[in-house]
Design a protein around this ligand. Sequence first.
Ligand SMILES: NC(=O)C1=CN([C@@H]2O[C@H](COP(=O)(O)OP(=O)(O)OC[C@H]3O[C@@H](n4cnc5c(N)ncnc54)[C@H](O)[C@@H]3O)[C@@H](O)[C@H]2O)[C@H](O)CC1
Ligand code: K
Length: 515
Amino acid sequence: MTVASPWFRAVVSAAQMQEIENWLFAQGMPVAALMEKAALQIANRLSLLYPLTKFPRIGVLVGPGHNGGDGLVVARELKLQDYQVKVLQPLDQLKPLTQNHADYGKGLGIPWVDDVQALAHCDLIIDALFGFGLTRPITGAIADLVTAINALPIPVVSIDLPSGIHTDTGEILGTAVQADRSFCLGLWKRAYFQDRALAHLGQTELLGIGLPLQAIASVLGQIWPVQILGTEQARRTLPLSRSLVTHKYQQGHVLLICGSQQYAGGALLACLGARASGVGMVTMAVPTGIKALLHSQCPEVLVQGLLETSSGAIAGLGNLDLSRYTAVALGPGLGLDVGPVVEEVLPVNCPLILDADGLNQLARQQLLPLLAERTAPTVLTPHGGEFQRLFPDLDQGDRLTAVQTAAAISQATVLLKGAKTVIASPTGPTWVIKDSTPALARGGSGDVLTGLIGGLLAQPGEFALTQRVATAAWWHAQAGILAAQQRTVLGVDAQHLAEYLIPACRQWIGQNATN
Ligand SMILES: NC(=O)C1=CN([C@@H]2O[C@H](COP(=O)(O)OP(=O)(O)OC[C@H]3O[C@@H](n4cnc5c(N)ncnc54)[C@H](O)[C@@H]3O)[C@@H](O)[C@H]2O)[C@H](O)CC1
Ligand SMILES: [K+]
C-alpha cells in the first residue's frame, strides 16, 4: 500500500490539477491568494537565478488566463525589485483576475509593448502565455509571437509549462515556446515526463505552493496513479537488510537465459547486473560455446550449457529444470536465430523478465496473449523499437498512456526505457524515473538493467513487484549518473556502468550503514 507520500512525487494531468485547485477554492482559498503564492515563488527564484546586475531588462509575455496572471504578478514583483520590466499582451480579453493585475501593473508604470521587437534588447523573457489551461493549438498572431520569441537569442523562462506544450501528452500544439527553464507549479505535470517535451522544457524545477495532502488525496486517492520513484522509497525497496542467519538459497536464485556466439557480451553484462543486486545465486543458461567466457569473468556464477544452432544461438532449453529459480530473465544477447525459448519459458512459475530479442521473439511469434495465462508476474523491458514491434497500434508520443495501455493489454509490468523511463502495471501506480543521464543510451546498458531486475525480483521483498522493478530502473540510472560524474558522459560503457551499481548504492545508504 503506497500511502500518500510527499507532494513532490505526484504527477498529475491538467484535469487533476484543476480539480485539486478547485478543492482549495471550494474550501475558501481565494484564487488570487494561490496565484500570489505561486508567482511570488517564481519572482524569488528568478531574482536568484537571474540577478538584477546581470539581467536588468525583463520582457513578460502575458496570456489571457491565470498563467498570464502569474506573469503579471511576477512583472510587478520584479519591477518592485528595480528590474526594467516590459509586458507584451497579445490578446485583449483577459480573465478578471488577470485583468486586475494588468490594471495594477499599468498603474505602477510598467510599459505595455505591442511588438516583439520591443523585447529584442531584453536580458530575459518570461513566458506566461499559457499553462495547464491550453486546450487547443496555438495559431495566428500568438503562433507568430512564439516563433519570433524562439528566434531571439534571449533566455526564456516558462511559467508552469512552455506555452504550446500539451500538459498531459507533451505534444506540441501548433507551436511551442522553447524554454531554457520551466517552473512547474504545485505538482509535476505529466508533460514533464514525456520525452518529446523535454527539449522545450529545458531545465526544470517544481515550486511548491502549499497544496495540502488532503486536497491531493481528494482527487488522486491514497495511491497516486502516477508517481516519481524517490530516493527514500528506492532505498527502502532495496534488499539491504539481511538476517544474520540467512544463506545463499534464501537470498534468491535468478536464472538468466541469454547470450549467443555473436552477442556473448550481452550475457556477461546481464550477469554483472544480476551480481550487483545481491541475489544469492545466479545461474546462466547460455549456448555451450560461450560457457568458458562466463566462467572466466564471473567465477561464482553457475553456467548451464544449452544446445546451440549452427549460428551459435540457443536452440532450446532442453531439460533445464525451471522450477529451481525464484526469477528468470530471458533476452540479452540472444540473437534472432534463437529457438522457441520464449514459448518454452512462459510456463515458469516465478517472475519472468523478457528483454531484447526475447521481446522480439514474443512479438514475432505473436505470443503476447499467452502472458495473461501465466501464473506468475511478467516484466517486459522494451526500448522504443521493441515497444513498437510489440504494441504497433500504440502512439509512443504520449509514453505515459502508451505504457499504461500496454500493461493493461499484456497483463504484464511494462518498463519503457527512455530519457524518462516509465514503469506501468495492470494494477497499482505507474512509476516514472525523474533523474537519469543520456550516458545510458549505449549498447549493453539494457543488458545490465535486465540482470539487475532479475536479481532483485529473485530476492524476497515486501514491496509490490512493480515498485521493485522501478527501483532497479532508478538504481541503474543513479549508477549511470555517478559514472558520468566520475568518468564523464563518454565513460559510461555498460561494463563500467555495472561497476558503478554498488558505489551508487553505497552513496544512499550513507557511510555509517553496516548492512
Ligand atoms: N498550478 C497551480 O496551482 C496554479 C496555477 N495557476 C496558473 O494558472 C494557470 C492555469 O490557468 P488557466 O486560466 O486555467 O489557463 P491558462 O492560463 O493556461 O490559459 C488558458 C486560457 O487561454 C485560453 N486558450 C487556451 N488555448 C488557447 C489557444 N490555443 N489560443 C488562445 N487562447 C487559448 C483559454 O480559453 C483560457 O482562457 C496555470 O498554468 C498556472 O500558471 C494559478 O494562477 C496559480 C496556482
Ligand atoms: K507558460
